[in-house]
Design a protein around this ligand. Structure first.
Ligand code: SAM
Ligand code: DTB
Ligand code: SF4
Length: 748
């Protein structure tokens, strides 16, 4: 059995190539392994989703193969009936003449093929008359409007260039298996020889067709490794044939056991995920696959087959059977290319062969595929199901009274857009009135409205601190706080979440001369649901000459007698430099206030770049925020209900056996509207999200890097609009998502 070793120097192209030596982002062996070894149904499901995203639905490309020079090959590929080393009954023949080949190509086109692939049993493409004839054939086939692919053995750069000039679309040159297993199959050439030809093909601007064979006696690790090498080429191959060995009497592999059909499915699905744009070709070995197995291959992402009763020398299903299967599956052959139009390429051009834009996009694709492989690719999806994930805790995003106020304010003459930044033309009396109201509401001297919570946090922190200062930051602070601290150029010292001892010891350490200390926390943590000990923090800040900054993102509207937030509730307004009150959560709208002294707000007007260089929000936002503040003050039952329901849900979840993220937190609040159910592995949280979605609940899995590694969770948020019956049903459904306790596992 072969072992997996480092890939460096193998996947990269040879010195002298115009290509970069490695793709900008290539999957690690562990990542490929994680994809390959996923439970088969998950793997297929994911592959299918990617397939639908990148390829026309229901389309299968039909390719016709023709052996233009059969047998007598000096190479000793152990699977190949055409090798002169073995007695297989395949006779050595001369290169076919151009007219015969073109007749075959015409017939193939008539039968629905859009790609014509020609194979020659050569160690390397011949120089002289034979090569000139191949070029003539390529020109002729390309002239028929077909994609043209050749496989002629090794190529030098000049041959690759001339084939490209003649109109060749792609060159097939398989790596077949892992670099470690290769010498067990072929002794007359090296893996590196294959890579060198692939580099010449790419350099000539040709598409690369490169795949492998299953069933040679390789291990799963070899298959994983082959996938890694393929996905790590400087640009992914546009075409990836996956063959199952056709054992041919006389070859050393004649007695190999047949490949398990589901192994073909797994290989195809993994190739689809790792190389989303490539055509994945279900190639040799289809005669041994049932219709059902082929169906799964198509579902898992195969979108091309070889048609015709013969491949190069071995049998293949008859065309009628294939066409009948496609028809029964509702699949259709890829339509012919319009004559004279260059065949389109599904894959991004290789870096260096296209424009800077396509090269950049190819890098993005590679990185996205990597995220996909880690189950971390995010996708926008329309909202569906009962809302247990938004931050609209009080139900104000859909409040009839607020809507009425807005409709009344949006009558004739109302300005719809602000027309500029606050400092140019975008200021409005409504904003200033609203800021004064917000300041009074939360007991601050002044308030300043930013377009979003993110803008407020980065604007505030980058404007107040400078290099030489030190931020003391809770480990679970929001990304916008982290970004603001980074932008300021000040040092950042991170203390474990809510750990005041650790904070104190960091505060004791010296800061650079003239440097100031800033402590940054959230009052209610968005991904845990626990609360910062604000009074103790204020005390520490005073003792160590630090200024305290509190992000009230999830506390605004929830904490405090009137919903003014955690700082007001703790009675420490005087000890806090700035509070940030985003309005996109319980306030149900958008924008965010920074509340503090008049001096602070004036400083931000002059120095906070996200305030200065942004178009002011539309004036109607001031109306919506004003109306929402009225509701927050006048309808205290909303926050009381949220808290009571949250306590009920937590109790039910504990009873169901769920672990909550704040179970052991010193800041645990049984009434917190944020209830994070811990799953640990990403896949478990994602599976629970899907299961709940199927039951009609919209709950989202939160995965790293948003939360620490190994702590993927479902973050539930409780709303005033929920009912006890809904919560009970949710808790019940969640219980079904939990892994079985050890005593319930069947004996192994
Ligand atoms: N000399 C060319 C070369 O080696 O690239 C000739 C093409 S060769 C026939 C193309 C591919 O067909 C091989 O790389 C292998 O993947 C596949 N192949 C050859 N014999 C096979 C067999 N008996 N079963 C399955 N696939 C086979
Ligand atoms: C590929 O990967 N499979 C095709 C094509 N590329 C050239 C060839 C399959 C050949 C199977 C053995 C034979 O028929 O000789
Ligand atoms: Fe067969 Fe190609 Fe190997 Fe020759 S080089 S033996 S044709 S697979």
């Amino acid at each position: 059995m072969s072992t997996i070793t480092d890939i460096s120097g193998i996947a990269g192209f040879q010195p002298g190539s115009r290509q970069p030596s490695r793709a900008a982002s290539t999957p690690t062996l562990a990542e490929v392994e994680a994809v390959y070894r996923r439970p088969l149904l998950d793997l297929i499901e994911q592959a299918h989703a990617i397939h639908r995203e990148f390829h026309p639905e229901g389309e299968v490309q039909l390719c016709q193969l023709l052996s233009i020079k059969t047998g007598g090959c000096p190479e000793d590929c152990a699977y190949c009936p055409q090798s002169a080393h073995y007695q297989t009954g395949v006779k050595a023949e001369a290169l076919l003449d151009a007219a015969t080949v073109l007749d075959e190509a015409r017939r193939a086109r008539q039968e629905g093929a859009t790609r014509f692939c020609m194979g020659a049993a050569w160690r390397q493409a011949k120089a002289g008359a034979d090569f000139e004839r191949v070029l003539e054939i390529v020109r002729g086939v390309a002239g028929l409007g077909l994609e043209v692919c050749c496989t002629l053995g090794m190529l030098n750069p000049e041959q690759a260039r001339r084939l490209a000039e003649a109109g060749l679309t792609a060159y097939n040159h398989n790596l077949d298996t892992s670099p470690e297993f290769y010498d067990r199959i072929i002794s007359t050439r090296q893996y590196e020889d294959r890579l060198a030809t692939l580099a010449h093909v790419r350099d000539a601007g040709l598409q690369v067709c490169c795949g492998g064979i299953l069933g040679l006696g390789e291990s799963e690790s070899d298959r994983i490794r082959l996938l890694q090498v393929l996905a790590s080429l400087p640009a992914p191959p546009e075409s990836v044939p996956i063959n199952a060995l056709v054992p041919v009497a006389g070859t050393p592999l004649e007695r190999q056991p047949p490949v398990e059909p589901l192994e073909m499915v797994r290989m195809i699905a993994a190739a689809r995920i790792l190389m989303p744009r490539s055509k994945v070709r279900l190639s040799a070995g289809r005669l041994e696959l049932t219709d059902e197995a082929q169906t799964l291959c198509f579902y898992a992402g195969a979108n091309s087959i070889f048609m015709g009763e013969k491949l190069l020398t071995t049998p293949n299903p008859v065309p009628d059977r294939d066409l009948d299967l496609l028809r029964r599956l509702g699949l259709r052959p890829e339509p012919p290319h319009r004559h004279g139009e260059p065949p389109r390429s599904a894959a991004a051009p290789a870096p260096g062969t296209g424009s800077a834009i396509t090269a950049a996009e190819a890098e993005m694709e590679a990185e996205l595929a990597r995220l996909e492989a880690q189950s971390r690719r995010r996708r926008l999806a329309p909202a569906a199901g009962e809302d247990f994930c938004s931050n609209d805790y009080l139900g104000l995003a859909d409040h009839a009274g607020i809507r009425q106020r807005m409709l009344a304010a949006l009558g004739p003459g109302a300005r719809l857009g602000s027309g500029g930044s606050r400092l140019v033309r975008g200021n409005a009396a409504e904003f200033e009135r609203l800021e004064a109201r917000m300041a009074a509401f939360c007991g601050a001297e002044a308030a300043l409205l930013f377009p979003s919570g993110y803008a407020a946090n980065i604007g505030l922190l980058s404007a107040i601190a400078r290099p030489g200062d030190v931020f003391f930051s809770d480990a679970l602070n929001h990304a916008s706080l982290i970004d603001g601290m980074r932008l300021s150029g000040a040092e950042r010292r991170v203390f474990p979440h809510l750990d005041l001892h650790a904070l104190e010891s960091l505060l004791r350490r010296p800061v650079p001369a003239g440097g100031r200390r800033w402590i940054v926390v959230e009052s209610l943590y968005s991904m845990e649901g626990d609360r910062a000990p604000l009074a103790a923090l204020a005390k520490l800040a005073r003792q160590h000459g630090a200024a305290l900054i509190v992000d009230e993102a999830h506390a605004t509207g929830i904490l405090g007698g009137n919903g003014e937030g955690g700082v007001a509730e703790a009675g420490i307004a005087e000890a806090v430099l700035a509070r940030v009150h985003p309005c996109g959560k319980a306030v149900g709208a958008a924008g965010a206030f920074v509340c503090g002294s008049r001096t602070l707000c004036e400083w931000l007007v002059n120095r906070a770049r996200p305030f200065i260089y942004t178009t002011a929000p539309p004036p109607w936002l001031a109306v919506q925020l004003d109306a929402a503040l009225d509701v927050i003050q006048n309808e205290p039952w909303r926050r009381q209900r949220v808290k009571a329901l949250a306590a009920e849900l937590r109790a039910a979840l504990h009873q169901s056996g769920c672990r909550l993220a704040d179970d052991h937190s010193p800041g645990r609040d049984p009434e917190s509207p944020i209830v994070a159910v811990l799953f640990g592995p990403d896949q478990a949280a994602v599976a629970a999200e899907r299961q709940l979605a199927a039951a009609g609940f919209d709950c989202r899995a939160i995965r790293p890097p948003t939360v620490p590694e190994g702590s993927a969770r479902l973050r539930l948020s409780v709303h005033a609009t929920h009912t006890p019956a809904m919560l009970a049903r949710l808790a019940d459904e969640l219980r079904r998502c939990l892994p079985l306790p050890p005593s319930h596992h069947p004996p192994s």
